[in-house]
Design a protein around this ligand. Structure first.
Ligand code: PEP
Ligand code: CO
Length: 402
């Protein structure tokens, strides 16, 4: 069993890895890693433990959580002002949820570290020029030039500095004890450099974020990302959207949560409106059969990406249908849907389609600023949250009145 082998912050290096960038300048890379390892923690062990406790309560239906933000954060957005706008947007969505569900809310941003992206292809061709794909501001630059697309380890230091500015801003918000950061724990050199032992608690923590999650493309048994995650004490999210993941999920859960601690694992299912009816019941069956205590969260975005011409988009209709089906299915299986995961922004972007029938490609081009996946704009996000929570509320009434 992998469980019994000794874990270190670098034991993942001995496993096969997916999605990691290649640095050609090894000397520069190791210099950056030693610098990063000496920098102060970004978050505190106490607040990481608090989040596990809150998520355990969410699992029992006492809290609901909203996890939202950009698909890929930009370094250029790390100002106090933009961070406050982003947080306000999450609070406003939380207010709607709280009012309709009559529950206290846990606020989780895809924030302060969402700087590295898994990609389905390695290169991109425009006008017969082929360059490496953009992999997030921590790895390379979005601009389409050879120099910009080079993987540069020094960007890890900038990522740390940007995350620090954002986290310092969060500390001065009024309900800072219920605001948490999260990002995909994809770029393991960065995550490992910020992973440290806490002598008082006798545990390892990833101090770069409260809530790291593992993406669908890297949640593979026997691979590097799971090896890294099994050793840290943070709550962990696992994205599930691929049918092949179903056969491994029990093994993954016993690897990451051998003691079945409630709040430790959140399963973020990200099926499409079309697939959820088939796949979510299979996932729910696997988990119910395993007796693992997990927190359930629905990401209605990532299964519903479609291409219009060359532009990635998602429709409100698919997003809402996915959420309604998730509510129905969790109710049917007696499991508690405790969280909502969105890619959304406070800005007035034109990235997701509101009305498929009236849709025009030229509309998408008006204000499409996402560097990777399409986000809901403010208006769309409030509508999604309102429709979702009004629908969900009826099920609580069903539970209360039979
Ligand atoms: C994401 O959350 O941006 C993402 C890449 O998700 P997934 O791993 O579910 O595709
Ligand atoms: Co995304």
């Amino acid at each position: 069993m992998i469980n019994n082998k000794k874990w270190t912050t670098n034991s993942w290096l001995e496993k096969p890895a997916k999605q990691l960038p290649v640095y050609l300048d090894h000397e520069k890379n190791s210099h950056v890693i030693s610098e990063l390892s000496a920098l102060p923690s970004l978050v505190e062990a106490e607040s990481i433990d608090n989040l596990i406790a809150l998520l355990a309560k969410a699992c029992r239906g006492e809290y609901f959580f909203i996890q939202s933000g950009d698909c890929a954060e930009r370094f250029s957005d790390c100002s106090n002002y933009i961070t406050q706008r982003k947080m306000l947007h999450i609070f406003q969505m939380g207010d709607i949820l709280s009012k309709n569900l009559n529950m206290p809310i846990i606020y989780i941003g895809r924030l302060a570290g969402q700087y590295s992206k898994p990609r389905s292809v390695e290169s991109e061709t425009i006008h017969e020029i082929t360059l490496p794909v953009y992999k997030g501001d921590m790895i390379n630059c979005h601009e389409f030039t050879a120099a910009a697309r080079r993987h540069d380890p020094e960007r890890m230091l900038t990522a740390y500095q940007c995350a620090k500015i954002i986290i310092d801003t969060l500390k001065i918000t009024p309900i800072q004890n219920r605001i948490y950061t999260s990002h995909e724990a994809l770029h393991l050199p960065y995550e490992a450099a910020l992973t440290r032992y806490n002598n008082k608690k006798n545990k390892w923590y990833n101090y770069s974020t409260h809530f790291p999650w593992i993406g669908m493309r890297t949640a593979l048994y026997g691979y590097a990302h799971l090896e890294y995650l099994r050793g840290i004490s943070n709550p962990i999210g696992i994205k599930i959207g691929n049918v092949n993941q179903l056969s491994e999920i029990k093994k993954i859960l016993s690897l990451l949560n051998p003691e079945n601690v409630p709040g430790r694992i959140t399963l973020i299912h990200r099926f499409s409106a079309h697939n959820i009816q088939d796949f979510l019941p299979r996932l729910l069956d696997e988990i119910l059969d395993s007796n693992q205590k997990v927190v359930w969260c629905c990401d209605p975005m990532h299964g519903n990406t479609q291409l219009v011409g060359d532009i990635k988009t998602r429709s409100m209709e698919d997003i809402i249908n996915t959420l309604f089906k998730a509510v129905d299915l969790h109710y049917k299986f007696g499991t508690t849907l405790a969280g909502l995961h969105l890619e959304a922004t406070h800005e007035d972007v034109t990235e997701c389609i509101t009305d498929k029938t009236k849709f025009q490609e030229s509309w998408l081009q008006q204000n499409y600023t996402s560097l990777v996946d399409p986000r809901l704009n403010a208006k769309q996000s409030f509508e999604v949250v309102e429709l979702f929570s009004s629908y969900y509320k009826r099920f609580f009434q069903k539970l209360a009145f039979g």
